[in-house]
Design a protein around this ligand. Structure first.
Ligand code: AP5
Ligand code: MG
Length: 213
């Protein structure tokens, strides 16, 4: 099963993608996580991506597309995957489409996690992330068992650099201009499904698994 998660920054794409990946035993591929991992390691790619991420801007398509295509070509993707944060522009979607079509395959679902802008800024300020394994928490809604420590791998949780209020506003702006057109793109392909992302995360997940059944 090949799934794309769509939605504004902070809509819960990562949270739901991880749950989908666990349930269906397919890899969760987040371009944001890949970039953050590279920033942390100080790689050339990370340094380049950071220039954009810190301002809430998109990393250029040329860089992003290559990383994603390399990743989905790996052996663990043969039974499918859940893409989180890719594609984010029409050119990215077109490249992905071409690559998948050439393999004689298709995207099964593009799941749009719908959350209004008003809710987003509140959510982001409470988010804590594990840079080691990619797990995400919220200090009120989804707290870790031990404050500041990841339940899954025991590493320290941090607030993301791009979760400052000003940067979140920029990210929302970029989302509306560059990423929202993908909703039309996947509607035309007949694979778009929208879920109400303002519900409790378990209810959002139930809505998604009902769609996938
Ligand atoms: P990326 O990491 O993809 O960030 P994003 O899209 O801005 O999305 P987020 O990760 O912020 O939100 P999310 O939807 O995953 O929400 P989450 O589950 O964490 O990208 C970061 C940057 O990398 C971009 O700005 C760009 O620069 C670059 N980049 C990445 N991909 C790119 C691409 N393809 N092209 C170009 N540039 C790219 O949830 C948010 C919070 O809410 C958490 O605290 C969570 O615990 C909580 N929460 C989740 N669900 C619920 C719920 N139902 N109720 C209450 N709280 C909830
Ligand atoms: Mg995410």
């Amino acid at each position: 099963m090949k799934i794309i998660m769509l939605g504004a920054p902070g809509a819960g794409k990562g949270t739901q993608a991880q749950m989908i990946a666990d349930k269906y035993d397919i890899p969760h591929i987040s371009t944001g996580d890949i970039f953050r991992e590279n920033v942390k390691k100080g790689t050339e790619l990370g340094m380049e991506a950071k220039k954009y991420m810190d301002h809430g801007l998109l990393v250029p398509d040329e860089l992003t597309v290559k990383i994603l295509l390399d990743r989905v070509a790996q052996a663990d993707c043969k039974n499918g995957y859940v893409l989180d944060g890719f594609p984010r522009t029409i050119p990215q979607a077109e490249v992905l489409d071409k690559a998948i079509t050439e393999l004689g395959e298709k995207i099964d679902y593009a799941i749009n996690v719908d959350v209004p802008d008003e809710n987003i800024i509140r959510r982001m300020s409470g988010r804590r992330a594990c840079l080691a394994c990619g797990a995400t928490y919220h200090i009120e809604h989804i707290p870790p068992k031990k404050e500041g420590i990841c339940d899954k791998c025991g590493k320290e949780l941090v607030q993301r650099d791009d979760d400052k209020e000003e940067t979140v506003k920029n990210r929302l702006d970029v989302y509306h201009k560059q990423t929202q057109p993908l909703i039309d793109f996947y509607t035309k392909q007949g694979v778009l499904r929208t879920v109400d992302g303002t519900m409790d995360m378990k209810d959002v997940f139930t809505a998604i698994t009902t769609l996938l059944a």
